[in-house]
Design a protein around this ligand. Sequence first.
Ligand code: AMP
Length: 213
Amino acid sequence: MKSVIFIAPPAAGKGTQSTKLENLGYVHISAGDLLREEIAKNTTLGQEIKDILASGKLVDDMKVHELIKNKLVNIKKPFVLDGYPRTINQTHVLDELLKDLNINNYEVIYFDISVEEALKRALGRLTCICGASYNKYYDNLKPQIDGICDKCGSNLIIRDDDNEESFKVRFETFRKNIEPIIDYYKNIGKLHIVNAMESSEKITDRIKEILND
Ligand code: AMP
């Protein structure tokens, strides 16, 4: 199984697809989750970045890179990198790191989705501390009991940045940064595009095809 880097606008489903790969034995490395963990633990970094995440802006490249690097240095299994890189600078730094670690058996998947669909998904998203994710706007993604996680019974939460104002900043930040990243991975022959408007099952099948090739 090849490792994979997911590149996607906010709420395109990269977290959901990452969890599915995790169930197949992948190590899930989510930049957003690592940053939210720092906030939850109230570390110095967590205190510095709390407002940045809530606003939808990006955290400093090297701060995120350190967290990602710590996860990648001793990795023994295929991994899914979710939400990193998000700038061309992060792309270059990551590329150097992967080369240093002799990791080349990976692909890059871009999730293509309209801004309208992504906004609807963001505004309906409910998450759980156990990592499960639901959506109140889609019948097949609603929890069985309103506001309660099917898997662990905890109360579901709305992420601080899943509001319209922050979504717009996140989407615009993504749009501004994405082109050189896409070009970069296209040039090194690693880029694949999936239609993220399709059902979650179809997207998973497409991802498996790409990674088993
Ligand atoms: P996500 O969980 O992927 O939607 O990320 C949530 C938030 O974490 C983003 O809106 C940013 O504020 C921050 N973040 C996540 N990944 C990165 C990254 N690669 N670079 C900078 N900030 C990031």
